[in-house]
Design a protein around this ligand. Structure first.
Ligand SMILES: Nc1nc2c(ncn2[C@@H]2O[C@H](COP(=O)(O)OP(=O)(O)OP(=O)(O)O)[C@@H](O)[C@H]2O)c(=O)[nH]1
Ligand SMILES: Nc1nc2c(ncn2[C@@H]2O[C@H](COP(=O)(O)OP(=O)(O)OP(=O)(O)O)[C@@H](O)[C@H]2O)c(=O)[nH]1
Ligand SMILES: [Mg+2]
Ligand SMILES: [Mg+2]
Lengths: 291, 278
């Protein structure tokens, strides 16, 4: 379903019925404004409307009677393809415990997402182990321990060790605890903090994660590309979890991230409780971004 | 010299990109660009080279008109209510404010009114220990308004200068939680009619245009007196506060520049504008 605003734009601009180069230009300008208001990155928006324009003009739209519908379809499909194809898979290891590493900026929802992921995996018949690798935020370990208690999931913690050592030990101990998936909750950090980004690289080296997920706040604005780019460059991301989508943010960061993180958005956070993790749906996201 | 000279459109497009990527937003950007065009036409700007400086000066003037000091109670404790959406930095910012006021020699007391999130009380408690201040708390699941009320009574009894109330993160779209916030504010008035003297919305500088509706909705339930803009030590510019200032007149009072309690600064409009364009 296409959003109302987008329908209004196209209805008003193409009210004459015929598509011309002039009114396509006008429609494209309005769509660009809608995207920027939705927090789509400036550069990503520019590239996007350029593609739409080429397609619209190139597809002999001007001649067709169903031109307006065709134009709407082009924009929507282009948005969906930018975010798709749909891939909500989690990679499971063959002969050892599967490792999932959560990383991201401060406050994006990593710890909560670790809890949600554990619950999600339990439903699928797995036995997860949560690892409290954030030893710097006050109460971070307690926070994860409470989530673990709520779910009946063990939590590995060693407050006096370094995060890479904690993660390595947890992965080594997983089978002893009869756990087949290890979820690493790391501390929030800035992508420009060399020391902390290096630490993340250390954790990756020691635990060889099967899944490295970037947890991103869906209300992030133009800065989304900067952090996604750096995390991807350093770690090589396997997926993105977009959180707090239960709010009313348009979520344009979703477009930007896919472009620079080179990986699909796999899950979305739809609330604070541990059952609120859903698989990503690009069609619904495209509709939401268009406002 | 021709009358009504035309401005360099390419340069304006560069400026537009700069403003939008700083999260200033389309509406505010178009407004700023069109008024630049006007000023240039009316010869208020010398030449092309002076355009950027003119824009900076205009923005600096707008921001400096704002009062960025904290309101103080005429007698009894000054009560500061801290609110905002999830994960923006409320609890950490309260630690910073505690440090800031302690440096002024003020006696600060904290209220752990986030009774919902896992380990929220523990988190604030650890900050209170590090900063050596009292904290009023109850069990997880307790009524946040009851904790706030208790804290006001304690602040009065212990002759505290400042009481800072931490609240749970909540999305402005959650009607019942927004009502709960309004109740926390009203309950405090039962003990101190002028409380809360200061109502700070904590905004994450990485947040995009959604910050505007956050500010509007929070303002509606608890009447904001200021903004605490966090995580400016990152690469985000926080330009959305310009739009908020335009529409709501809410001034930014403090900024957060890191995860430790010393990482707080009083908002400086001049430096903010310079950083926006850097
Ligand atoms: N509404 C909503 N809130 C969420 C969602 N995910 C997380 N939160 C909330 O966001 C806040 C931050 O979540 P955390 O899990 O502590 O974030 P974090 O990334 O671990 O934070 P740091 O460890 O400090 O970097 C908490 O209040 C969570 O309850 C979501 O999908 N929707
Ligand atoms: N780099 C940086 N990190 C910050 C800043 N302010 C807060 N943080 C971090 O952001 C994360 C979230 O901070 P909190 O204080 O827990 O946020 P909150 O708004 O209280 O979160 P909820 O209560 O869950 O809604 C923590 O990891 C903080 O250390 C800042 O100015 N700079
Ligand atoms: Mg965390
Ligand atoms: Mg908090």
């Amino acid at each position: 379903t296409i959003s109302d605003k987008f329908q209004d734009i196209s209805r008003r601009i193409f009210s004459g019925g015929k598509l011309t180069e002039k009114n396509i230009e006008e429609a494209i300008r309005e769509i660009r404004t809608a995207l920027l208001e939705a927090d789509v990155n400036y550069g990503v928006a520019k590239t996007f409307i350029q593609r739409v324009k080429e397609k619209a003009l190139g597809e002999q739209l001007v001649k067709s009677v169903k031109a307006r519908e065709q134009f709407i379809a082009i924009v929507f499909d282009e948005l969906v393809s930018l975010m798709g194809p749909v891939d909500t898979s989690i990679s499971f290891a063959e002969k050892r415990a599967t490792v999932i590493m959560m990383a991201g900026l401060q406050g994006s929802g990593k710890t909560t997402t670790c809890g949600k992921m554990a619950k999600f995996l339990i439903k699928k018949g797995h036995r997860p182990l949560l690892v409290a690798a954030d030893i710097q935020r006050p109460g971070a370990i307690e926070q994860l321990q409470i989530l673990g208690e709520t779910l009946g999931v063990p939590v590995f913690s060693e407050p006096n060790w370094t995060p890479p050592k904690i993660c390595a030990k947890a992965v080594a101990e997983a089978s002893k605890k009869n756990c087949d998936v290890v979820i690493l909750d790391t501390a929030g950090r800035l992508h420009i903090d060399e020391g902390l980004m290096k630490e993340l690289g250390e954790i990756k080296k020691k635990t060889k994660p099967d899944n490295i997920f970037l947890v991103t706040d869906s209300m992030t604005g133009q800065d989304a590309v900067n952090s996604a780019q750096e995390f991807h460059k350093l770690l090589g991301l396997d997926g993105v979890v977009l959180t707090k989508l239960d709010g009313d943010t348009r979520g344009g960061a979703a477009l930007s991230i896919r472009e620079v993180a080179g990986c699909p958005i796999k899950f979305v956070g739809m609330g604070e409780t541990l059952d609120r993790l859903e698989e990503f749906d690009p069609q619904r996201m495209a509709s939401r971004i268009l406002g | 010299f021709q009358l009504g000279r035309k401005i360099d459109e390419n340069f304006l497009e560069e400026l537009e990109e700069k403003l939008i990527t700083a999260d200033v937003g389309v509406e505010t950007t178009l407004y700023l660009i069109s008024s630049l065009r006007e000023s240039y036409k009316n010869k208020e700007i010398e030449n092309k080279e002076a355009i950027l400086d003119f824009l900076k000066e205009t923005l600096k003037k707008k921001l400096s008109k704002k009062e960025n000091t904290i309101a103080r109670a005429s007698e009894g404790p000054t009560v500061i209510l801290v609110a905002g959406v999830n994960g923006v930095g409320k609890t950490t910012s309260i630690a910073k404010l505690t440090y800031y006021f302690s440096q002024e020699g003020k006696k600060v007391i904290l209220a752990a009114s986030d009774t919902f999130r896992a380990a929220a009380i523990e988190q604030l408690e650890k900050w209170a220990q590090r900063l050596d201040v009292d904290i009023i708390k109850q069990k997880m699941g307790a009524d946040p308004a009851a904790v706030a009320f208790d804290a006001i009574e304690a602040a009065v009894a212990r002759k505290a200068d400042i009481l800072i109330v931490d609240t749970a993160g909540r999305l402005h779209t959650q009607k019942n939680l927004m009502q709960e916030l309004g109740k926390i504010s009203r309950v405090m008035k039962k003990k101190i009619p002028d409380a809360p003297h200061e109502v700070l919305l904590v905004l994450d500088s990485t947040t995009g245009q959604n910050a505007i509706v956050q500010a509007k909705q929070f303002d509606e339930v608890i009447s904001l007196t200021g903004i605490f803009l966090t995580k400016l030590d990152g690469t985000a510019k926080g330009g959305v506060v310009l739009a908020i200032q335009n529409q709501l007149e809410t001034p930014v009072k403090f900024i957060g520049l890191g995860e430790q309690y010393e990482d707080i600064e009083v908002f400086d409009g001049e430096r903010f504008v310079d950083a926006l364009f850097s």
